[in-house]
Write a protein that binds this ligand. Structure first.
Ligand SMILES: [Zn+2]
Length: 254
């Protein structure tokens, strides 16, 4: 196998490594999520400069060490710098929350062109547009679909029967979608407004741009978060750190 690789990736985690190096987690187009070491990147005058800053999309030249899952970064060039994200606390917090999904739920080495596009587009929207809460909700709904846990919203996901639309509806992570009244008895469900389900159905189907003018109440954002959180925890048995941060943004209006 050729040990040299070239791809584009977004830096999703950076930490000091040894005396003068940095350990990176990068979500790449070609190889999915990888670990890489940037030697000397911890020095003040590092040749890597801002190419390996968090949320930067970078063109990477990598050397894969034999029998190791660690790549060595030999050269890096900036592809996209999301400059508003690094300057604005609110945007930075939303970008961190989105990135937490990639860090937590995407397995190493699993490549997905469409998930990469979703992540990149989401960062770009956060960088250039307002209404970060809408962008975040759309990302969450689309992320579930991309990772194979699209929420079934049209028929009862337990018995398959048609649903009578009440104001409040029950969603079951175990059954993978909305459940009818009869099936919701005695099982663990998340209760949301039918209106929230309608929004989620639109978000599954339509692009960011198609829903650019969609008005969403805070209440619906919170319900979407709640549903997505329960689905992810049920299916991955892992917890996100960032949703609490989102709560504090809403409460204090950062
Ligand atoms: Zn049912």
């Amino acid at each position: 196998m050729i040990p040299y690789h070239k791809t584009t990736g977004i830096i999703i985690k950076v930490r000091p490594y040894g005396e003068a190096n940095k350990h990176l987690t990068v979500y790449t187009r070609a190889y999915g999520k990888i670990h890489a070491v940037a030697k000397g990147a911890g020095k003040i005058k590092s040749r890597f400069g801002s190419t390996i800053e968090l949320f930067t999309e970078t063109k990477l030249f990598l050397y894969k060490q034999q029998n190791r899952d660690l790549y060595l970064l030999t050269q890096a060039d900036i592809e996209t710098h999301f400059k508003n994200i690094s300057k604005n606390v609110r945007k930075y917090t939303y970008a961190s929350a989105v990135t937490d999904f990639i860090n937590t739920f995407v397995p190493f080495g699993e490549k997905s062109r469409s998930l990469y596009e979703l992540y990149y587009n989401t960062l770009q929207k956060i960088n250039t547009e307002g209404h970060e809460d809408r962008i975040f909700s759309m990302f969450m709904v689309k992320f579930l679909t991309q990772t194979g846990f699209k929420i079934a919203l049209n028929l009862c996901s337990a018995c398959g029967s048609g649903l009578s639309r009440n104001i409040r509806m029950a969603v079951s992570p175990k059954h993978g979608g909305v459940v009818c009244e009869a099936c919701s008895n005695g099982i663990s469900t998340v209760e949301v407004y039918n209106n929230t389900l309608k929004l989620m159905e639109l978000m599954q189907r339509k692009s960011f741009d198609a829903l650019a003018n969609l008005r969403i109440e805070d209440k619906s954002h919170m319900e979407i978060e709640k549903v997505v959180e329960h689905f992810l925890e049920y299916n991955f048995e892992l917890k996100l750190k960032s949703l609490k941060v989102m709560e504090s943004i809403r409460n204090y209006g950062a």
